[in-house]
Write a protein that binds this ligand. Structure first.
Ligand SMILES: Cc1cc2nc3c(=O)[nH]c(=O)nc-3n(C[C@H](O)[C@H](O)[C@H](O)COP(=O)(O)OP(=O)(O)OC[C@H]3O[C@@H](n4cnc5c(N)ncnc54)[C@H](O)[C@@H]3O)c2cc1C
Ligand code: FES
Length: 242
């Protein structure tokens, strides 16, 4: 883990309230799919955890939704400015064998799946992306460009299957297999019920982001407590009390 002042290469809007930021950062070489960085937003004390979407030589791409004060400040930053980041944080998705993989992403849970898909291009990839509406959809073409079979679900039915990612999976016959997912809690709960093999990436409010404050603990089904920032954010399906 290291801290650095990363240079912003690009910061542009790609969907409703959603921005893609490319950062020149030496810590890129340390990162794995499913890990995240902690961003210090000018003027705010607590760092904001944001998933790593893509890792390239000395560059990291993140995708973030403007939901509050910190992400609003980030959306106004321009190429050439610097952002204080540290990471990589968390465990990331494990490397897995097998001929195929099903990736489920909901909203801003989609970004960490992109680097994961790049790492698994040799497999048959089913990517099921869920959003509220057509204007929220992003990165479907990027996943397609990797050779993945991409299915979209929107809650209002304006793009793809009307309903949830599970509805889209059912519609397109994506039923069994190893699952890796990131998204809102109701989506993760539903996947936890529907699939018995795979990994879920959780979100939690974080303070320290490095495992020291116990502010992000979740209860496991075996009764133990785990820190989302340090022991996670990726946990095996069926292991967390969701
Ligand atoms: C491991 C992890 C990965 C994430 N990856 C992404 C991503 O790739 N893209 C994305 O858009 N969002 C992601 N989030 C959510 C993101 O951290 C929050 O949306 C962001 O911190 C909101 O900051 P804010 O200042 O705009 O909101 P405010 O509500 O003003 O934030 C106030 C405080 O609450 C914290 N907070 C608010 N919402 C969340 C949340 N959902 N999760 C954790 N902390 C929160 C903030 O960090 C800040 O400390 C991730 C969260 C976690 C835990
Ligand atoms: S945020 Fe402090 S232990 Fe996870």
């Amino acid at each position: 883990m290291r801290q650095e002042k990363a240079r912003i290469i690009e910061n542009k809007k790609i969907a409703k309230d959603v921005y893609k930021m490319v950062l020149e950062a030496e810590l890129a070489s340390l990162c794995r799919p499913g890990q995240f960085i902690e961003i210090s937003v000018p003027g705010y004390f607590l760092r904001r955890p944001i998933s790593i979407c893509e890792i390239e030589e000395e560059c990291l791409t993140i995708i973030y939704k403007v939901v509050g004060a910190g992400t609003n400040v980030m959306s106004g930053m321009e190429a050439g400015e610097r952002l204080d980041i540290f990471g990589p944080c968390g465990n990331g998705f494990p490397e897995v064998d097998g001929p195929s993989l099903i990736l489920f992403g909901g909203g801003v849970g989609v970004p960490p799946l992109y680097e994961l898909a790049k790492h698994n291009k040799n497999k048959t990839l089913y990517v099921v992306l869920g959003f509220n509406s057509r204007e929220d959809v992003f990165y479907a073409d990027e996943f397609r460009a990797l050779g993945a079979k991409v299915f979209i679900a929107t809650m209002d039915g304006s793009c793809g299957t009307k309903g949830t990612v599970l509805d889209a999976a059912e519609t397109h016959g994506v039923r069994t297999g190893l699952v890796m997912a990131c998204g809102p809690l109701p989506m993760l709960r539903a996947l936890d019920e529907a699939y018995d093999q795979g990994y879920l990436s959780l979100e939690a409010r974080m303070a320290c982001g490095i495992g020291a404050c116990m502010g992000c603990v979740v209860e496991m089904k075996d009764g133990s407590m785990k820190r989302v920032c340090k022991d996670g954010p990726v946990f095996e399906i069926g292991s967390v009390k969701l």
